[in-house]
Design a protein around this ligand. Structure first.
Ligand code: IFM
Length: 820
């Protein structure tokens, strides 16, 4: 790999060349406290809400060579002054002998060698704490004594992130830093916007004596800021100014004089950047001055990931698949569950965004095995912004739980998204299947109201919330009988006016109904099961009568009945989601499913992934909305919108095409981008949201890494559908759909307290079909592993093979489960 390599044994990706095509990032901490650290040490840290409580000024739009948020300088004393360099390469850009950024699970470790000095810095948020720790070790690799100074620096932002960018004079007029010198020589710098003085203070401190400090960027850079971050003029002085800034661009720089460092000798400094109530800051800042506390916290972080990843471990013949499924993909799922679409180098994180109802409902499904409690807590918050009529607010701010409808609309347009509420049905269903926590369905949660205070809001059980979600869609249909689009569905950018209708919402509704039928039958509520089955059959009929276009399903209908995503259209003739979801919902019978998926393959697939639609709209059309603001091939306008790719993989497994499902998996696997990384540009260890499609001159260029529903769905496609380890109400179903050439695979799956050591054998080289299952040597009926209460590990052998006719027909019946 040109820029680095995977080191699976340490669960890291190691970047060895700092000049990556764009900044490659990692996440530390959680939304409660944490943020992004880039591969050259820059950081963007927030507490609780990136828009409303941002700590560090990270400007992604500045060139990659610029100082962003946080950095560090090392000075080597020389007879004629100081040799100054950044061990993070940026912003001084010196020649390095070694550069390694270890992208770890919840930590970033940067190891570099410049001018005979090795610097090894581990950056992480101790679990549950409101500080970022930078554990800095500096080693003299040379043969002679060197006199070294270490100067870590943070640049603060106004807490209201958007206000900082407005450049209003009153922002710098409020920014303040106070300094406290401790008896042991350590220094604590407190920073706040004036109105936060009594409420929350940011702080920056270290665990060793400080020679001097700086808090005013203008003084640090020098020469009226004609000094630069690449060469801060104040660093040529023996001491920093010790100024406590009372306005302006506030920073925190601590000059540590390490004195003489002998050959081979290492010195260690720990810095903390945190936030707390003013009265607690002094006490809080003491905790990680202790090296033992730092080491223990880092071990605790590792233990969290050990536990999280231990729920599902696989060994297949494909190393890149193993690496993604065992480490990087579940890790990304945890990150998306945490941050929703709120903070990355590409997501807004500034103004009215918050946590997305649709997005987070999908994210939840990616973490259920490893983090069920976190998932449940997030679902409670999501459900609490569902409206009494069953639809949902589009997003909410996590600090205030204030919810809103999302993007602004033109007068007369609908105020709701047609799909949001349906995703939570799938999320809750997946949660109870994974955990067996059926009591959650009885938990009472309020419905949202803008007008009523919390105590006066209507309450309903979780199950009631799900029922109302389905009822909203059942009762909001248009002339064709399909669900109304509202302002938009999953595709935010197709904004049709009036009573437009959506085939994707119909299919989402169909899938949600299948989940409810299954649940009702398991709970013994036959009446509800029957009613939901009738609703499913009805919508299936409508979709097949109205939306089948000959070789694929149309995607939308305008109010006057004009189809979109039909061969009648010259642009936007075919849309991926109308094909995958009609299969996933059980609406497409086998012939149509195969035909629709063939059309996806022939019209939408590229070597870089499946496009969302084709051909792209070539010019702005207010009647279609946002999709036409992009050039053809970009984002939702015929770009390779990765989120939609796993849905096709899933659909392919449902028709038994394991080879194609795996081909689709591989072509978007970022870990397999070795040869194309120069055009791909993004991180190889996480999925991006989009890749430019083949109608665009920069076909293959990826953007918007990390926070994408691609993560949860690709993980689900891989584990539940390709490997076929599918939680169901009765136990763990094993029904793989793999490349026929595989001899099989092994998996360790911890499910509802039982550990299954599973070996799947594929002697006949089929893609799908289970002919026998044994547990601890005993054959069982069917392919659902029962839940054991003995807490022991159970070894399971699954043999794949050609199914006899009767078994096959049972299998295809499952595909259209609702008909049963
Ligand atoms: O489905 C949306 C998501 O909610 C936000 N990002 C874009 C996707 C497709 O429009």
């Amino acid at each position: 790999m040109k820029y680095g390599f995977f080191e699976d044994a340490k669960r890291e990706y190691v970047i060895t060349n700092p000049k990556t095509p764009v900044k490659w990032t990692n996440y530390v901490g959680t939304l409660a406290f944490g943020g992004i650290v880039d591969h050259t040490g820059g950081s963007l840290i927030c507490k609780g809400d990136p828009a409303l409580n941002r700590i560090v000024k990270y400007m992604p739009q500045l060139p990659s060579s610029e100082f962003k948020g946080e950095g560090m300088y090392i000075r080597i004393k020389q007879p004629d002054g100081y040799k100054i360099f950044s061990p993070f390469f940026v912003p001084t850009l010196d020649h390095y002998d070694k550069y390694e950024c270890h992208v770890g699970l919840g930590y970033q470790r940067i190891v570099s060698e410049f001018y005979g000095i090795r610097t090894d810095v581990t950056i992480f948020v101790p679990p549950g704490e409101n500080v970022v720790v930078r554990d800095i070790k500096v080693t003299n690799l040379g043969d002679e004594l060197v006199e070294l100074d270490v100067v870590p620096v943070v640049e603060f932002t106004h807490f209201d992130a958007l206000k900082q960018y407005t450049n209003a004079d009153w922002v710098p007029q409020t920014m303040t830093v106070d300094a406290e010198k401790n008896a042991d020589g350590t220094v604590l710098l407190r920073q706040y916007a004036f109105m936060k003085k009594q409420y929350e203070n940011n702080f920056f401190t270290s665990n060793v004596p400080v020679d001097s400090f700086e808090t005013d960027r203008k003084v640090f850079l020098g020469d009226n800021e004609y000094g630069t971050w690449a060469n801060p003029l104040e660093l040529q002085e023996d001491h920093l100014s010790n100024i406590e800034a009372r306005r302006g661009d506030t920073i925190a720089a601590l000059l540590h004089k390490l004195g003489e460092v002998a050959p081979g000798e290492t010195k260690r400094i720990v810095t903390q950047l945190g936030q707390d109530e003013p009265a607690k800051v002094t006490e809080t800042s003491k905790k990680f001055r202790s090296l033992e506390a730092v080491d223990a916290a880092f071990a605790e972080l590792g233990a969290f990931w050990d536990e999280y990843l231990s729920k599902n471990w696989i060994e297949t013949p494909d190393a890149a698949f193993n690496s993604m499924v065992n480490i990087h993909n579940p890790r990304q799922c945890h990150t998306t569950m945490n941050w929703s679409r709120y903070l990355s180098l590409y997501q807004l994180g500034l103004g009215a965004r918050g946590i997305g109802f649709r997005d987070s409902s999908q994210d939840v499904m990616g973490v259920l095995a490893g983090a069920p409690d976190e998932a449940k807590a997030l679902m409670r918050r999501l459900i609490s912004v569902q409206l009494p009529n069953g639809s949902a607010m589009h997003q909410f701010f996590p600090l205030t739980m204030e919810a809103n409808e999302g993007d602004s609309r033109e007068e007369g347009d609908k105020q709701w998204y047609g799909d949001d509420h349906l995703w939570i049905v799938q999320a809750v269903s997946a949660y109870v299947k994974e955990t067996g926590d059926y009591a959650f369905l009885d938990e009472e949660i309020t419905f949202y109201s803008k007008e009523l205070p919390l105590a006066e809001r209507e309450k309903g059980t979780v199950l009631e919330h799900l029922r109302r979600a389905l009822e909203f869609t059942r009762t909001h249909t248009g002339k064709q009988g399909l669900p109304l689009l509202g302002f938009a569905d999953w595709n935010d950018t197709v904004n049709l006016h009036g009573d437009a209708e959506s085939v994707m919402i119909a299919s989402l509704y169909g899938r949600a109904l299948l989940e409810m039928i299954d649940l009702m039958e398991f709970l013994g509520d036959k009446t509800s099961a029957r009613a939901y089955r009738a609703n499913h059959a009805h919508m299936k009929k409508v979709v097949n009568e109205v939306a089948w276009d000959g070789e694929w399903y149309a995607r939308y209908f305008e109010e006057d009945g004009t189809p979109i995503g039909s061969k009648e259209n010259s642009e936007g003739q075919i849309y991926t989601n109308a094909q995958s979801w009609t299969v996933f919902s059980g609406f497409a019978d086998e012939d149509r499913a195969l035909q629709a998926l063939e059309s996806v393959n022939s019209k939408l697939n590229t070597p870089c992934g499946i496009k969302l639609s084709w051909p792209g709209y070539d010019g702005f059309d207010p009647a279609k909305g946002g999709v036409t603001t992009y050039p053809p091939g970009a984002k939702e306008n015929g770009g390779i919108f990765l989120h939609s790719n796993p849905w096709v993989m899933i659909a392919e497994t449902m028709v038994g095409n394991g080879d194609r499902a795996f081909q689709y998996y591989n072509q978007i696997n970022p870990a397999a981008q070795n040869d194309t990384i120069e055009r791909f540009e993004c991180e190889p260890y996480c999925y991006p949201q989009n890749i430019l499609g083949d109608e665009h001159p920069q076909f293959g260029l990826a953007r918007n890494s990390w926070l994408s529903g691609t993560s949860s769905w690709t993980y689900q496609a891989a584990v539940k559908h390709i490997l076929g380890l599918m939680p169901c109400h009765q136990g763990l179903e094993v029904n793989p759909c793999i490349p026929a050439e595989w001899d099989g695979f092994k998996a360790t799956r911890k499910f509802r307290g039982t550990t299954y050591n599973i070996e799947v054998k594929n002697p006949d080289h089929v893609s799908k079909g289970v002919v026998s299952v044994t547990i601890d040597g005993e054959a069982i009926e069917g392919n659902v592993l029962p839940v054991f209460t003995d807490g022991k590990a159970h070894s399971t052998e699954v043999v794949m093979g050609v199914m006899v006719e009767e078994e096959q027909s049972q299998e295809s019946q499952k595909m259209v489960l609702a008909e049963g």
